[in-house]
Design a protein around this ligand. Structure first.
Ligand SMILES: [Zn+2]
Ligand SMILES: [Zn+2]
Length: 171
């Protein structure tokens, strides 16, 4: 979205609302089930302009442990100080790319930096549940649906010797 900053730069308004949708960039292993809904505003506090947005990204992916579907909405927060191009040196802009968003010819192009933030902050892994026990390494069963009965206890070879001795002494 390109926001016309004219009214704010002329001091006519101190708030500009932002509300639109944008298609997230494709992301490996994730399906974005709808466009991201972007809501927020630009505020002007005595000449200090600040952009604060939230982008809700509905997604569908799979649990990194048990491969079940995970469906949800991830919210990206995006905040920048809004500055007119002429008020900053190129050096200031280059050194603070994560801090500023620049008004050029009275217009604020939000999308490029927002999309970048969406890509960077989107998690690389999702779990169906924080405590998802994953899959049985032997039979592949989803352990959240109950134990499969496989004996998966990995025994340290040194302990195995001890276990055998104890077993023998039990007899
Ligand atoms: Zn899971
Ligand atoms: Zn099993």
């Amino acid at each position: 979205m390109i926001l016309d900053m004219g009214p704010m730069l002329r001091g006519e308004v101190d708030t500009l609302d932002v509300d639109y949708t944008i298609q997230p960039e494709p992301c490996a292993g994730v399906e974005f089930t709808a466009e991201a809904h972007v809501v927020g505003k630009v505020t002007d506090t005595g000449g200090y302009m600040r952009l604060v947005l939230e982008a809700d990204m509905p997604y569908k992916t799979i649990c990194a442990r048990c491969l079940d579907d995970v469906i949800g909405t991830y919210t990206v927060c995006f905040e920048r100080t809004v500055a007119e191009e002429r008020s900053l040196t190129q050096e200031q802009i280059d050194e603070n790319v994560d801090e500023y968003i620049i008004v050029r010819d009275g217009k604020l192009d939000i999308d490029e930096q927002l999309v970048e933030e969406m890509i960077l902050s989107f998690p690389t892994k999702f779990l169906c549940d924080e405590d998802c026990p994953g899959l049985c390494p032997k039979c592949g069963k989803q352990l959240k649906h109950g134990a499969c009965g496989c004996n998966t206890k990995e025994i340290d070879p040194r302990l195995a010797v001890l276990a055998k001795l104890l077993e023998e002494s039990d007899d």
